[in-house]
Write a protein that binds this ligand. Sequence first.
Ligand SMILES: [Zn+2]
Length: 524
Amino acid sequence: VAAINEELSGLTTKFGRNLLLSTKAFKIEVTDEAELVGLSDDFKSALKVDGEDKWVLTVDRSVYETFMTQSENRDLRAKMFDGYRLRASEGEFDNGPLAIKIAQLRAKRAELMGYKSHAHYQLETRMAKTPQGAEEFLLRVWEPGLERAKEERAAMQDMVGDEFQIAGHDWWHYSEKVRQDLYAFDDNALKPYFELGAVRDGAFDVASKLLGITIEPVEVDGWNPVVTAYDVKDAETGDHLGLFMVDMYARDSKRGGAWMSSFRDTSNVNGNNIRPIITNNLNLITPAEGEPTLMRFDEVETLFHEFGHGLHGLLTQIRYSTFSGVDGPRDYTEFPAQILEHWAGAPEVLSTYANHYETGEPIPLELIDKMNAAATFNQGFKTTEFIAASLLDLRWHMLTSEEAAEITDARAFEQQVLEEYGLIPEIEPRYRSQYFSHIFAGGYSAGYYAYLWSEILDADGFTAFRDTGDIYDPELSARLKKWVYESGGLREADELYRNFRGSDPTIEPLLKLRGFSEQQPSEG
Ligand SMILES: [Zn+2]
C-alpha cells in the first residue's frame, strides 16, 4: 500500500501539471476586431495586447465563460469550446492514460485493504455510506434536471428558429439571450443595495439572532491595513468565544477565491481552554478612493457562506482540536456554510440590511421577486453538467481492480458511462476526465457529489425554519447551535443532522429550490 501511495502521489502531481501546461498552451490570437463581435468594451480591453492591434483568447475559466456568453461569432465559439474541452487530451500533456493508471492503482489499493472499490473505501465514513447510495441520490436529481435541460434547449431553439441546430458551443450565449428575454434582469441594478459594510452587519445580525452571540469590532494588527477584527462572545454569559478576522479585498499577492481558515484551533484539555482565531477571505475589487464597495448578490451569498464556515470554527465546543470545527465528512462540512446563505436572501432579512447606499431606501420587493425568479433559470443545464461530472467520478472509482485493469481509453470509458445515463450531446460534463483535477489531482475522489449532498441538507434545514413560520425560531435555533455549529465532527454527521432537524433530510426542498418541483410553473 505504501508503494501504491507513493506512485499515486507522483501521478496526481503530473496530472495537475499537464492540465496547467495544456491550459496555458491554448491561445487564439485575433487581429481583426470584427471577429470579436458581441464582446463588451471592458472585456475586449482585458484581452488586448498592450500597444498592438491584437487580442488573445485563452481557456482560463473566467475568460472562457465570459467569451462563450458574449460572443456573437459562432465559429470562434466552436473553436473556444473545443479548446476548452480538449485540454490535456492528446500529445505530451495527455491525461487520459494517467487517469486510467490512477483509477487502477486506487482500485488495487482498495482491494488490498479489503474493499470492493475505491468508492466503497472513501464513502464508508460519509453520509451517503455506499457508492450506490450516492448514485441513487444523484439520479433522483438528475432525472428532473435533464428534463429541464431539454426544455431549456427547446426554448433556445425556438429563439434561433431554423437557422441552425443549437449545439454545445451555443448554450452559454443563447441561454443568456433567453434569460434577458424572460427576466429583463440586470445584476447591476441590485448592487447599490449591497454595500459591503451593510452586508457584513446584516450577516452579523443574523448570527446574533440565530446563535445568541455578540460580535464587536476590536483593534488588532492584521496582516494588511484592510483587515478588520472582531471579538465574538456568548450573548448570555459574556464568555469569549474567539477572534474573527476579515480580509475582503483582492490584491496581487493574494490567492483567488473565498475561503475560511483558522490561525489557532480550539482545544480544551486539562482545564486549558484555548479559543480559536478564525479568518474569512474574499476577493472583492477595491473601489476607487472614496467610493463604496458594492457587491453582486452572488458575492453577498459567498460572504454569508464563508461566515457560516467561520461560525462553525468559532462556536465549536469540542475538546480536542482534531474534532473541532470544520473537520468532518466532506458531504457534511459544507452544511453550516450553505445553510446560512438562505438567510442572506430571505425577504425579512433583506429588508433589514439591503438598503440603497445613497438614499437608504430598502430594496424594492419587485427586485427581490425578479432575483428569485432568475435564480432558477438555466438550472437544468447547471444541474446536468454538475451531476454528469459527479456520476463520472463515482463510476471511475466504483471499478473493481479487475474492471479497472480492462480500461484502455479514458474518453471511451467516459462516453459509455455518460450515454448510459442519457446525457444529451449539447451538454458537456462540468469536467471531462482529462481535466477533472478535483478527483485526479485533488482530494475529491468519489466525493465530487458532496457539493450537491450538502445542498439537500441546507435546503431541507432551512425549510424546517420556514415551516415554523419564524426564520429565527428559538427552539430550532438552539438545536442548530448545539448540534451543528458547536458539535464539530465529533459524532456521525447524519446523527448530528437528525438531532438538529428531528428527522432525516428529504430531497424535495432541494428540487423546489432548483425549480424542479411540480408547484413551479414550467416556464414559457
Ligand atoms: Zn464552503
